[in-house]
Ligand binder design. Structure first.
Ligand SMILES: Cc1cc2nc3c(=O)[nH]c(=O)nc-3n(C[C@H](O)[C@H](O)[C@H](O)COP(=O)(O)OP(=O)(O)OC[C@H]3O[C@@H](n4cnc5c(N)ncnc54)[C@H](O)[C@@H]3O)c2cc1C
Length: 427
């Protein structure tokens, strides 16, 4: 029986481990954190789990929806249509339907019509390859007009990619607009339930899950087997599925070689930073607020309890304040108090009545490798799943291109990978 070692216990690693266990193979999953779920994991608050980073699903997230059903969690899935808006010139514009685009008073009517036509085209066009060789900056300026671009899209791109905003391929933007539904799916009680259930199911099928086990090295020995060196000891396996970021996989596995490292080790990504506030009252009436105004210390504000009931969190109103930044940005070095001092004054620009005394609790989370930087030519720089080491496979978030990251894409990637292994029954 093949012994598999799965590195990483996020959506991708857990799904890969489950599918391997379902094939009757031996599997051990290694996860550095004490709980499963990776970027989509949560912590207990009131009667629910709250994600460390804001999360929801779209109707098009079919792989995640099928897995939720398979694991018996479908009755917890809800589909509200919360308000999503954009802050421009201190004013909130709802922008989530054709009608709201027509009413988008930040630009003249002629620009709104152009914006609507271009968004309509992106939703209908299926061939993203057409947009792969141009930047979002160039494409959107050209088809939506300079004013719409500067008012709306440039701040969005800058928020995600900072100074590299004008290098991002239009195919990435296409994926963000093409399929998204206005109704947003949430697993009432938190996505952590999905990941806990996955881990439990892997164990029921005879697989092993090792949480709190950080990989510190992987090497292949003379007999062709792999030795996984983890903080809780050494483990021998026949096949590796690494779901860790490629750069980290390379660092942990010197035998992948210099050529591989030179070719695939440089895919950039930003880290994610999130401050979560619990308030004693609502801050806004929207769930999702893109910040397009300059001078804010965060790029998005997500009031989760305008999406899920406040009772699920013991009556606390939950607000996420998010940033994507290079991992050496000073924000990642600040403590919670310093970040609060920087962030809280800006909330008055969103709600002039806001007082710091409304904040009853707060949490801060940071994650490296959280947002791949999808610049021109990205597809050519993506590593294949096979590596120079036979039976050492790489499958991670950066490979879901042209999609942006997402739980469902990681789940689908894991399923494709495992079903493509020799001896797999057709799914
Ligand atoms: C701010 C933010 C908002 C998001 N919003 C959404 C959303 O609304 N909807 C959605 O579907 N998706 C969203 N995502 C994306 C989603 O979280 C990811 O696409 C998905 O969780 C990725 O799963 P993964 O398993 O591929 O990667 P990860 O979750 O990153 O899993 C990798 C795992 O490897 C572990 N690991 C790392 N190093 C080691 C080591 N040395 N040893 C052992 N383990 C290690 C990590 O702890 C982690 O658990 C969001 C992400 C962020 C950052």
């Amino acid at each position: 029986m093949t012994r598999n070692g799965v590195l990483g216990g996020g959506a991708l690693g857990l799904t890969a481990a489950l599918r391997l266990a379902q094939r009757g193979e031996s599997v051990v999953l290694f996860e550095r954190e004490s709980t499963p779920g990776g970027l989509a994991s949560g912590f207990k608050l009131g009667t629910s789990y709250l994600e460390k980073f804001y999360h929801h699903l779209f109707r098009s997230d079919t792989a995640a929806l099928a897995l939720i059903e398979e694991l018996g969690l479908r009755d917890r899935l809800v589909w509200p249509r919360p308000r999503t808006s954009t802050l421009i010139g201190g004013k909130r514009y709802q922008l989530d339907s054709a009608l709201t685009v027509l009413r988008f008073g930040a630009v003249p009517l002629v620009d709104r019509l152009r914006l609507g036509a271009a968004v309509g085209y992106l939703r209908l066009e299926r061939n993203y390859h057409r947009m792969e060789h141009t930047t979002a900056d160039r494409w959107m300026r050209r088809y939506m007009g300079d004013r719409v671009y500067r008012t709306l899209w440039e701040p969005v791109l800058r928020g995600k990619f900072g100074d590299r905003y004008d290098e991002i391929t239009m195919s990435w933007m296409w994926a963000r607009i093409h399929q998204r539904s206005p109704n947003l799916g949430y697993l009432r009680g938190g996505f952590q339930q999905l990941y806990d259930r996955l881990a439990e199911y892997i164990r029921q099928l005879g697989g092993e899950t090792r949480f709190g086990s950080e990989i510190i090295g992987v090497r292949r020995d003379g007999a062709g087997t792999f030795c996984i060196e983890a903080t809780d000891g050494e483990h021998e396996v026949d096949r590796i599925v690494s779901t860790l970021p490629t750069a980290l996989t390379i660092k942990l596995t010197p035998q992948l070689g210099d050529n591989y490292s030179a070719r695939y080790g440089r895919l950039d990504s930003y880290g994610a930073h999130c401050m979560i506030l619990a308030l004693d009252r609502p801050l806004t009436d929207v769930y999702w607020l893109n910040i397009c105004d300059p001078g804010f210390p965060f790029v998005g504000l997500f009031e989760h309890t305008n999406y899920m009931p406040v009772e699920d969190y013991g009556g606390r109103h939950i607000v996420y304040l998010g940033n994507y930044l290079p991992m050496d940005d000073p924000l990642f070095g600040m403590n919670e108090q310093q970040v609060l001092e920087r962030f809280l004054p800006a909330l008055r620009r969103v709600n002039p009545d806001f007082l710091e005394s409304w904040v009853t609790d707060h949490w801060m989370f940071k994650a490296p490798f959280a947002q791949p930087i999808v610049t021109l030519g990205y597809a050519d720089r993506l590593p294949p799943h096979e590596t120079p080491l036979k039976h050492f496979l790489v499958a991670n978030m950066s490979q879901v291109y042209p999609q942006d990251r997402g739980q469902s894409y990681s789940i689908a990637l894991a399923e494709r990978l495992i079903s493509g292994l020799p001896g797999a029954p057709p799914r």
